[in-house]
Structure formats: C-alpha cells, structure tokens
Design a binder for this molecule. Structure first.
Ligand code: SF4
Length: 366
C-alpha cells in the first residue's frame, strides 16, 4: 500500500473485522498504549464493531495527560517571570495546573508562545538575546530526539539564553508498572508504533516473557489497528506469547539508532512522576550534567509548592486501564473541553477527549 486512504479501505476493514470475529472465542482485555491509537479507534468506530468479547482499554500514552500538575505549575511560574518567554506545543496550553493553565497565564500577560518545533524556540532565543527562552519539553521517546537536538544546536551556536523544562516519560517502564499491579487486567498490548520507530522493540521481549503478555507493535490508521488487533487476538487464542510487528513499513526491531544516539548525548534515564499514576522507577529522561546549563530546572530557582492532583479527576484509573472515560461521574458534565478538570479532556491524544468528540453512544451510557 502506498497512499493514506488505502489504510482506510472499508472493504479491507470489513475483511479484518470478519477475521477477528472468526478467531475470537473468549473475552480478552487489550490495551492500546498510545493516545493517537485511542483516538483512531474511537473516531473510526472500530471500538463499536469489534466482537463483544474484546474489551479495549486505553493506556498511558498521552504525554500531556501524564505530565504532573507541579510541572505545569513550574511552566506557569516561568512564563510569569519578566525576562522569560515560555515556548510550548499547543496541546499543553489549556491543560490545568493547580492554579491555572498556561493559556490563563497568557491572558494575564505572561509571555507564552506556541511553537511547532523546539528548534523554533532556539531561533526565538537567538532573536531575543535579552530574554531567557524556555521550551516546555513534554513527550515520550518520540519527541526526545528533537528536544535533545535543540540543546545540541543551542550549544553549538552558543545560544546561552535557551533551556528546556523537561517532562519526558518512557513507555516500557509504564507497561511494566501496569502489568505488575495487583489489579492488572491487561492480557495483551498494542505497542505504540511511533515510540518503536525511534526506540525499536527489543526490550519488549523480556517484558512480554516476564508478564506472560503478548504484544503487537501497531500503527495508527484504521487498517493498522484492525490488523494489530487480529494479530494480538490470534496470539491470545493460540496461547502464544510473542512480540510481533504490524507496523513493519516504519518500525525496525532496533529502531532508529541515530535518533537514539542523539537522545543519549543529552539525556539520561531517571525516575519520573506520572500524573495520576505516581512515581515510576527509571521511567523518564533528565538532562545530563554536561548540558546542565540548558536545564530550566537548574537554571532558575523555581520555588513552588508541590500541588496535589485534582481529586475529582480519575485520569490515573483511566490511564492504567481500570476505568473508561464515561465511568467518570464528571465526564461531559462538570468536565468538558471548555471547562476541563483533567488533561485527558483537552489533550489531542486524551481518552476523555476522544470519547467526548467522537463517540455519541457514550452519552447514552451515562
Ligand atoms: S472526564 Fe474529566 S475529570 Fe473525568 S477523568 Fe476525564 S479528564 Fe478527568
């Protein structure tokens, strides 16, 4: 297949739905890791046409959703400083912190700029030498190469007024945390195709073996997801535990080695807090000492109280696969895209936003 619409072919989709129905004999709970996959599953109605035995639950692969509230508070604090321009991707702007979002801070006069790349933030730093420019570097392994590259570029060009506020999280430790929980119900994973494009999937074999959980690296188009689900259900029904690659047109087992070198030039692996989930060992990147002058956490004396997460939001339970968005009592009522209580309602990869925008049936269930 060559063109995008071929990955949305209705006849092939029907064929895969038939194949999945034909092999499914037992109930299976499957988690898709990535919020992009969640949106595609809900938006394209795939959730609704799967056999009733297949329960798709939605994983933690929405970087905006898992960014802890105290980091958003730090970004707001920095944006309010006289000499700082805070740059961010657009999807972080409306996520609530404990007091306000970056959008609210901007409306009150803080200097917040939406950029499309961290290199754009480096250019802003070059053009504004009297200001400190901070890029809010949020993401999984996928965005880490570009964020690392921005630090390398700033260093090469001698741009000293650039730094990044890092909130990078890693997928495999989160999978292990979910599978190792006492109340885990996940029997198979659709692994995130874009993360594996960068990192490969070598490390998934030992996780699959240890937790007896098959995995399929899967893409994002409707046919990718249907094929990934078919491959995973086939493994489950046959009692096989393997890691297979549905997204082979993009993903290699070893990943993108050059991108990995760029990441590990700048970052090292450390423990990370996940919003609604808690601390997961070795689950994030932090800037190495060598580049510490580009680490906003070290560059600025950020003094804020570590705030609690909003107790009304059950995002943690949704991100661990224990609940669905419509099981939150605030879904579509007190919490909606205009007035979000939690990040999953505003992020373009958030599960609550996916159901709110694309699933009309869900309101009948409430
Ligand atoms: S609907 Fe709103 S309050 Fe409920 S889990 Fe989702 S983001 Fe949180």
């Amino acid at each position: 297949m060559k063109y995008l619409d071929e990955f949305r072919d209705p006849e092939l989709a029907k064929k895969y739905i038939g194949l999945i129905k034909g092999i499914t004999t037992k109930p299976w709970t499957i988690m898709e890791i990535c919020g992009g996959q969640t949106h595609s599953l809900v938006k394209n109605g795939i959730i609704d046409v799967l056999p009733k035995e297949i329960n798709m639950v939605h994983g933690p692969g929405c970087p905006v959703c898992v960014t802890p509230v105290h980091l958003i508070d730090k970004a707001v604090f920095l944006a309010k400083q006289e000499n700082v321009i805070l740059c961010s991707f657009g999807d972080m702007i409306r996520v609530p912190g404990s007091v306000m979002s970056l959008a609210k801070a901007k409306s009150e006069g803080a200097s917040v700029k939406v950029v499309y790349s961290p290199l754009e933030a480096v250019t802003i730093a070059q053009k504004n030498p009297e200001k400190e420019v901070v890029f809010f570097a949020v993401g999984f392994e996928t965005t880490a190469p570009a964020n690392a590259l921005s630090v390398i570029q700033a260093d090469k060009m001698g741009v000293k007024n650039y730094s990044i506020l890092t909130s990078h999280v890693l997928v495999p430790p989160a999978m292990e945390a979910i599978l190792g929980a006492e109340d885990n119900k996940i029997q198979g994973f659709l692994a995130a195709g874009h993360v594996c494009t960068v990192m490969g999937y070598e490390e998934y074999f030992s996780i699959a073996k240890q937790y007896k959980t098959p995995m399929v690296v899967t893409g994002f188009e409707p046919l990718d997801l249907l094929q990934g689900i078919y491959m995973l259900v086939k493994q489950l029904e046959e009692g096989r535990i393997d890691v297979e690659n549905q997204y082979s047109r993009i993903v290699k087992r070893e990943g993108n080695v050059e991108a990995q070198k760029t990441i590990f030039e700048v970052f090292e692996i450390k423990d990370r807090d996940w919003r609604g989930v808690g601390t997961i060992s070795n689950s994030g990147y932090e800037i190495k000492e060598k580049y510490s002058q580009y680490d906003a956490d070290k560059k600025f004396a950020i003094k804020i109280e570590k705030a609690e997460e909003n107790a009304e939001c059950i995002a943690g339970e949704i991100l661990k696969g224990n609940k669905k968005p419509f099981e939150c009592i605030h879904f579509g009522k007190k919490c909606n895209p205009e007035h979000p209580l939690g990040a999953p309602m505003v992020s373009s990869e958030g599960a609550c936003a996916a159901y709110y925008h694309f699933s009309s049936d869900v309101f009948e269930l409430m």
